[in-house]
Design a protein around this ligand. Structure first.
Ligand SMILES: [Mg+2]
Length: 257
């Protein structure tokens, strides 16, 4: 039996505001069997408290320490890797609140900033992108919360943080250091929080390119649930996850065998 579970949120536990079937029972079963849980989302827009409230409202009891967002991981990464960083943030509440919580100095003056931190920002303007580009050209450190090119919405796929990064890369020729899935910084932190060994930890998610690839890279067990982004036909010619399941009930049946 696994000792730790890293669980994606959107498309895995809920879709938008709707709890997915068996999600609540699945989490309950993990807890009952002493399996440690960490909810892990690449979304940097919202705060950890937002996700806690959202999950609680859906009937899933969760503590702050059981939620890791790419914004939280980005702020902690900056805090531990740079001394006296002055961060110019592109992003929203989720990112700003984590930077502040880590006592990181924030500025909107690109001339004094030393680090550019880029998260999903629905208030993005040309002016912000211009300042960010100038900061990068002046040698600023380039950190990104996540690489997601697009995100699903009721209107269709809309531009995500990866699209913002593409603008900055094109404008400056610089490459960001990316914290979120499928990259290692957030995975290393997730394992650190769970304090479980990689081979006894499973990552469960609906998106092959982020969740499953992150699991492969970090040496975890991997489960793809077909309740969100990736369909079975998408992975026909790709390395197979340990489990490919229609829903979390099926996954629990396999895990508890
Ligand atoms: Mg997802």
């Amino acid at each position: 039996m696994v000792k730790g579970a890293i669980i994606d949120l959107d498309g895995t536990i809920y879709r938008g505001d709707i709890l997915l079937p068996f999600a609540s029972e699945f989490v309950h079963n993990l807890r009952k069997n002493g399996i440690k849980i960490l909810f892990l989302t690449n979304n940097s827009q919202r705060t950890v408290s937002f996700y806690k409230r959202k999950l609680n409202k859906m009937g899933i009891e969760v503590k702050d320490s059981e939620i890791l967002t790419s914004a939280r991981s980005t702020a902690r990464y900056i805090k531990t890797h740079y001394s006296d960083p002055v961060v110019y943030p592109l992003g929203e509440d989720g990112l700003i609140s984590e930077l502040l919580k880590n006592n990181i100095e924030i500025t909107y003056d690109h001339r004094i900033a030393t680090v550019l931190a880029v998260g999903y920002d629905t208030h993005l303007t040309y002016e912000k992108l211009k300042k960010a580009s100038l900061l990068l050209q002046n040698g600023g450190i380039f950190i990104a919360c996540n690489p997601d090119k697009s995100l699903p919405s009721e209107e269709g796929n809309i531009p995500g943080n990866g699209a913002q990064l593409a603008f900055l890369k094109e404008a400056t020729g610089r490459e960001p250091y990316i914290i979120g899935k499928p990259h290692m910084p957030i995975m290393a932190e997730a394992l650190n929080i769970l304090n479980t060994s990689a081979s006894k930890t499973i990552i469960i998610g609906d998106r092959y390119e982020t969740d499953v690839l992150a699991g492969f890279r970090a040496g975890l067990m991997t489960a793809l649930v077909l309740t969100g982004a990736t369909q079975k036909s998408d992975i026909q010619n790709r390395k197979k996850p340990d489990f490919v399941v229609e829903n979390l009930k099926e996954l629990w049946n396999l895990l508890s065998k």
